[in-house]
Ligand binder design. Structure first.
Ligand SMILES: Nc1ncnc2c1ncn2[C@@H]1O[C@H](COP(=O)(O)OP(=O)(O)O)[C@@H](O)[C@H]1O
Ligand code: SF4
Ligand SMILES: [Mg+2]
Length: 337
């Protein structure tokens, strides 16, 4: 197994809920991320999947050290990133980069593509000395499949897919080891999604990158992911290899998500295998007691309200799942996006 490049240990991020305008009073906590642990190995892709609001973007911001965690740790090559200072912190910021969902809102419309892609060099001058920057930016544009001659154009002169390529070039500028991709293709047309996914896959192969790849749909991450973590209300419901999660899911939530993945031929799936996820996701400010999924789970028993299920491997299963009654259930064939 390759080196552990990132270790996430019981990570917690709560946001205070306040009332009042002048005298703000904290009346509760939004438990956006509530005890998440996983490893990321060099060169691997960990898919992180869950419905909107389950804490994926919060997780990405804490991984990037853009926000401090409320609890727990992120270890980069065995070192707690919260303890890094000065030059070490700067080096860490080089090594972990973020690609966000909406390239248009994350790119300054008044900057040229050359300025946008080269901006990281202003802070990390050691990566590209001033005289070599233009050439380096053109190399990056070429690397992501953009025309290097378009270096003086503005973001609005590019299509959505091309703008995401600009975002990727910018993330690559400092030659990072890890890229956190927060729903990088969610805002793109389906036909463009595959092109951007292929580019990310090729860049990973060529540059040896490690990815944390966030999506709200299991079908998006399947092809790219070595392992997948399924999140629900700030916690990991189930984590395993691509095969374990898609072929032998054991958590009722994962099973429901997979059952909801569209298949090209609706007659090919038996009715009894279809699990419909009903009801809304509860508020992370007031999560259900015990198992957080119990208000939407068709298997829920009394114990589920009393005891929180640990994320452990149970008898008859081959990977960790946070369900008291984790068991493999046959899921009808799903297809890849
Ligand atoms: N800065 C913040 N202050 C307060 N609540 C927040 C903040 N950021 C996110 N949240 C809340 O945390 C929860 C998780 O949000 P988010 O991480 O954006 O989820 P996702 O990316 O999975 O959609 C949501 O309930 C959201 O409203
Ligand atoms: S612990 Fe209970 S409520 Fe939670 S997923 Fe398992 S069966 Fe459902
Ligand atoms: Mg998000």
């Amino acid at each position: 197994m390759a080196e552990k490049i990132l270790e996430v240990r019981d990570l917690v991020k709560h946001y205070p809920v306040t009332r009042g305008v002048v005298f703000k009073k904290t009346i509760g906590q939004v438990r956006a991320v509530d005890g998440v642990s996983f490893d990321l190995h060099r060169g691997e892709t960990l898919g992180v999947v869950g419905e909107s609001g389950c804490g994926k973007s919060t997780l990405s911001r804490v991984l990037m050290s853009l926000e401090p965690p409320t609890g727990g740790q992120v270890l980069y090559k065995g070192r707690n990133v919260a303890t890094l200072k000065g030059g070490e912190l700067r080096r860490l910021r080089r090594q972990i980069q973020l690609v966000m969902q909406d390239p248009y809102t994350s790119l300054n419309p008044r900057m040229t593509v050359g300025d946008l892609v080269g901006e990281p060099f202003e802070i990390h001058t050691e990566v590209a000395p001033r005289g070599s920057r233009r050439r380096r930016v053109q190399e990056l544009l070429d690397l992501v499949g953009l025309n290097p001659e378009h270096i003086n154009r503005y973001p609005h002169q590019f299509s959505g897919g091309q703008r995401q390529r600009i975002g990727i070039a910018r993330a690559l500028a400092l030659r990072p080891e890890i890229i956190v991709c927060d729903e990088p293709v969610s805002a793109l047309d389906v036909s463009i999604q595959a092109q951007v996914m292929n580019l990310l896959e090729q860049l990973q192969r060529d540059l040896g990158l490690s990815y944390v790849f966030i999506a709200h749909d299991l079908s998006v991450v399947r092809h790219l992911s070595d392992r997948v973590a399924v999140m629900y209300l700030g916690k990991i419901a189930e984590i395993g290899t691509e095969e374990e999660i898609y072929e032998r899911p054991t958590h009722p939530y994962t099973q429901a998500l997979l059952s909801a993945v569209p298949v090209p031929d609706p007659t090919s799936r038996s009715q009894k295998a279809i699990i419909r996820l009903t009801g809304d996701v509860p508020s992370p400010a007031n999560p259900p007691s015990g198992c957080r999924f119990r208000t939407r789970c068709w298997k829920a028993q009394d114990v589920c309200a009393r005891e929180e299920p640990a994320l452990v491997q149970r008898r008859g299963t081959d990977h960790p799942s946070a369900c008291h009654f984790a068991e493999v259930r046959e899921i009808v064939a799903t297809h890849e996006a």
